[in-house]
Design a protein around this ligand. Structure first.
Ligand code: SF4
Length: 93
């Protein structure tokens, strides 16, 4: 889990501005623990996959199944969104 102390130490290593650090800390406080590391990889700018995943998850309130069920066919991220092949209990029968 990414803590605020962790953000500050990462800030020093990545050279991000204090303003950006504050914005990231504000977001992190709203993100479920399960997805904090995806968000952090995204904001570090080191993983395009993490950026797409974080954007989609944030778009639907951090609910993985909602990304799978996304109906915005015109969204630029639609074809690259994560969890397209998520398994449902009804699929297993
Ligand atoms: S593909 Fe769907 S979930 Fe992802 S950003 Fe676009 S609208 Fe949101």
């Amino acid at each position: 889990m990414m803590t605020l102390t962790g953000v500050k130490s990462k800030r020093k290593r990545t050279g991000m501005t204090a303003k950006r650090q504050a914005a990231i800390e504000e977001r992190l406080a709203q993100i479920p623990d399960l997805y904090k590391s995806i968000y952090w990889r995204a904001v570090e700018g080191k993983s395009m996959r993490a950026s797409v995943n974080a954007q989609c998850l944030e778009c639907v309130g951090w609910v993985r199944a909602e990304v799978h069920l996304c109906t915005d066919l015109g969204c630029p991220l639609y074809s690259k969104r994560p969890y397209q092949r998520i398994k449902h209990k009804s699929d297993e029968a």
